[in-house]
Design a protein around this ligand. Structure first.
Ligand code: NAD
Length: 498
């Protein structure tokens, strides 16, 4: 097994291969910037060519393996991941800074995803149609597409790649994963475990690098599907390239998610939900609650005060400590970005109720820690009300009534996750329908998507382009339909003529 300070290699089709760039980047623990977790190759065009060559050969065989057999690899990978759950969770916490309990949850999501898609191996349903002509049948089948380029963000470096890898492989495709340079090891482990589970040579590769290298994957004529999780800005560039190449593209992008709290909300439930939604994963989830849209009421002012005093007590620290509730931000650059949002919000008239500063002190000086921050007095068109921060910063926006709350919730370019807290079933259901978002919660915060049959994870508006992950709809990204006509009339039958 490779140790923490190992120099890692590309995994090209199951073979550890030194990058032809002979160049590396270093990955440090965001909770302890002196801890080097490993050196990772700066993969280049030549490495990509090698991965493509192997993937093309592997695809010809893998696509012919019956789907229930392909599923067996996922089941085995689930078993291996279960055995290694604690080790993988520790890696995840060191890479991303997230508290260990959250890391365990993420690895569980990988296991659940493999189980779920393994089950789908016995389905991948097509349709049976009715022919217009006698003695003729029509069926549709779903077939794999080819090499899938999978590009992922750093914040869920195990779960999100598994959302892409599992349906892609199950459908008979082969994959090339580019992990984020800010969390490369978890993706590396995912691919390693798929090979331990019996994945045939060539079917999956993991390469490393920045957006520049990601762009090479997107532009390569042999990658037939691109699935990317990242920011809106990057998603737009990738979509443009895919559009020009007529390449299938799935975009899972940023969010500016809101909890709407009405005057009849259960206040205790709301308090827990807002704290978890806003500060879980240090606010670095695409679904993080970054706006609390609260109806002015007899209790709203005291609630906001209580929210701030409770947020101040959250335990911030190294995620490996069992009592840590909030970890660090991922990099120094990102912490500066987050702080910039706070400074500008204050200039625009926001009132910092708690937080707003870098956290310092013995162990806190070691990492990129930032205080959980709540800012009130935010108006619906201010930057903090409309732009993704991706950090532990909650904007409080006060509104007068239900209609205004929904209008403010929808007043953003993003459309990932919205929530409403109310005991009024009519308002709850109206909001669930009226939110311009791919996910709506009733009496639960905006984070915590589940994987499974009926669920579909993805966003409206600039959060994506209509694709979904985490449930059966993910198969739409990785399969293409073929319609097969079977004419058993023994004569020429002309559609629409005879
Ligand atoms: P990012 O957009 O900076 O990078 C995402 C990935 O894209 C990285 O692997 C990066 O190297 C690559 N990339 C960058 N430029 C590229 C280009 N021109 N061509 C190809 N690839 C390129 O995002 P990040 O900082 O890693 O992650 C944070 C963002 O991801 C946030 O906006 C967050 O909301 C979003 N996110 C969305 C989801 C979702 O499912 N909707 C889930 C997690 C994170």
């Amino acid at each position: 097994m490779q140790t923490a300070t190992t120099t890692y290699k590309n995994n090209i089709g199951g073979k550890l291969t030194e990058s032809s760039s002979k160049d590396y980047f270093e990955k440090y623990n965001p909770a302890d910037k002196s801890e080097l977790l490993g050196k990772f190759p700066k993969s280049n065009a030549k490495d990509l060519e090698e991965a493509i060559k192997k993937a093309k050969i592997a695809f010809e065989k893998w696509k012919k393996v019956p789907a229930p057999k392909r599923a067996e690899v996922l089941l085995k990978a689930a078993e291996i991941t279960t055995k290694e759950k604690e080790e993988l969770s520790q890696i995840l916490t060191k890479e991303t800074g997230k508290p260990i309990v959250e890391a365990r949850g993420e690895i569980q999501e990988v296991i659940d995803t493999y189980h779920f898609f393994a089950g789908e191996g016995r389905r991948i349903f097509g349709t049976t149609g009715q022919s217009e002509l006698p003695n003729k049948s029509v069926i549709t089948i779903r077939q794999p597409i080819g090499i899938c380029g999978l590009i992922t963000a750093w914040n869920f470096p195990s779960a999100v790649p598994s959302w892409k890898i599992a349906p892609a492989l199950l459908s008979g495709n082969v994959v090339i994963l580019k992990s984020s340079k800010d969390a490369p090891l978890s993706g590396y482990k995912l691919i390693e475990n798929l090979y331990k589970a019996g994945l045939p040579e060539g079917c999956a590769s993991v390469l490393f690098g920045t957006g520049e290298f990601g762009d090479l994957i997107v532009r390569h004529p042999e990658t037939k599907v691109i699935s990317i999780t990242g920011s809106v800005e990057v998603g737009k560039m990738v979509y443009e390239t895919c559009g020009r190449m007529l390449k299938k593209c799935a975009l899972e992008l940023g969010g500016k998610n809101a909890i709407v709290a009405l005057e009849d909300a259960n206040q205790e439930l709301l308090l827990d939900g807002v704290l978890w939604g806003a500060f879980g994963t240090t606010g670095q989830r695409c679904t993080s609650t970054s706006r609390l849209i609260i109806q002015k009421s007899s209790w709203s002012n005291s609630f906001i005060e209580k929210l701030a005093t409770t947020a101040k007590k959250l335990i911030v620290g190294n995620g490996l400590n069992a009592n840590t509730q909030v970890g660090p931000l991922i990099t120094e650059k990102h912490r500066n970005n987050v702080h910039g949002f706070v400074e500008r919000a204050v200039k625009e008239g926001g009132n910092v109720l708690t937080g707003g500063k870098f956290l310092t002190g013995k162990d806190l000086d070691k990492g990129w820690f930032y205080e959980p921050t709540i800012i009130s007095g935010i108006k619906k068109d201010m930057e903090l009300a409309t732009t993704e921060v991706f950090g532990p910063v909650l904007a409080v926006i006060e509104v007068s009534n239900f209609e205004e709350a929904i209008q403010v919730a929808n007043n953003v370019e993003y459309g990932l996750s919205c929530a409403i807290y109310t005991k009024d079933v009519n308002k709850a259901m109206s909001a669930a329908h009226d939110f311009e978002s791919g996910i709506a919660y009733i009496n639960a915060p905006t984070i915590g998507a589940e994987c499974g049959g009926a669920t579909a994870f993805g966003g409206w508006k600039n959060t994506g382009n209509g694709s979904r992950e985490g449930g059966i709809t993910a198969l739409d990204t990785y399969t293409q339909y073929k319609t097969i006509y079977i004419d058993y009339s023994d004569r020429l039958q002309r559609a629409q003529i005879d």
